[in-house]
Design a protein around this ligand. Structure first.
Ligand SMILES: [Zn+2]
Length: 276
């Protein structure tokens, strides 16, 4: 009986402190917590971003590579292009100086797991370890923690997205342009595929561990620039979408095909593409 009374008084005090008269129901507790989220809570997964200008994000996965990543960095510097590197923790631990250089030169460094496993088939504990170790390695190399995750192979469940976002604060970044460069089709094919598919707001997937990809980049950058594209990091691209006056509805704006919209766009999980 006294326990019940205590509970009653606790509830009464809680109700009072939350503001009597507003909505004195037990649901108030949950509601109070939810108000921290914005009314239109942005999604956490991006394949591309709906932007108003000719902005795109070039992304390079699976590095750093001791030989190829520095070459790519030279090239990006020559073109004044900022890119995003989704790095493998193991490789960061081996070549922290390359990752440090990339960050120093204005590129974004993001989490792509420690050893490139398939998150869709792993325990939460193992996924957590993969993410934390890589997060730490990036922090050690650059002084900054990453804010983006690309799951290896694009494979991640909806439930994983949610808890990873809650625990690590990561946004989940996939892609809308995939040149399948990991199959090593040759530089000309890599370039042609990127040029054909890239549109405003695109997130272009490539890998800085394949020589043909690096070989394709000089002319790819030249031609993308000739088409008027401007290069930003993935976080910058997302901020551009957030700055739009109205982004609640993911409907196409008229001049952008549906495949390039989705700011943010949910994706089937786990994604089946072997890329990433
Ligand atoms: Zn990968």
């Amino acid at each position: 009986m006294s326990a019940y009374r205590l509970l009653f008084f606790c509830f009464a005090i809680l109700s009072f402190s939350l503001g009597l008269g507003a909505e004195p129901t037990p649901a108030k507790r949950g509601a109070a917590r939810e108000t921290r989220a914005t009314p239109e809570e942005p999604g956490i997964t991006f394949n591309s971003v709906h932007v108003d200008g000719p902005y795109i994000a070039m992304t390079f996965d699976d590095g750093p590579s001791a030989t190829l990543t520095p070459k790519l960095l030279d090239l990006l510097a020559a073109h004044h292009i900022k890119a995003t590197f989704f790095v493998i923790g193991e490789n960061v631990a081996e070549h922290p100086e390359i990752v440090a250089r990339a960050a120093q030169e204005g590129h974004e460094i993001a989490n792509h797991s420690w050893s490139h496993p398939n998150f869709g088939k792993m325990s939460d504990e193992n996924v957590r370890r993969q993410l934390q170790q890589t997060d730490d390695a990036i922090k050690n190399a650059t002084g900054k923690r990453p804010t983006l995750l690309r799951p290896p192979y694009g494979s991640i469940t909806a439930r994983e997205k949610r808890w990873i976002h809650d625990e690590f604060g990561y946004e989940i970044i996939l892609w809308d342009v995939d040149p399948y460069d990991w199959k090593r089709p040759g530089p000309a094919v890599v370039r042609a595929r990127i040029l054909k598919e890239t549109r405003p707001g695109s997130i272009v997937l490539s890998h800085d561990i394949h020589p043909g990809t690096i070989e394709a980049m000089p002319s790819t950058f030249d031609e993308l620039e000739a088409k008027g594209f401007k290069f930003v990091t993935v976080s910058e691209l997302i901020r551009m979408a957030a700055a739009r006056p109205s982004h609640a509805s993911p409907q196409p704006g008229g001049n952008v095909p549906p495949s390039a919209t989705g700011s943010p766009s949910p994706t089937p999980s786990p994604a089946s593409s072997p890329g990433g």
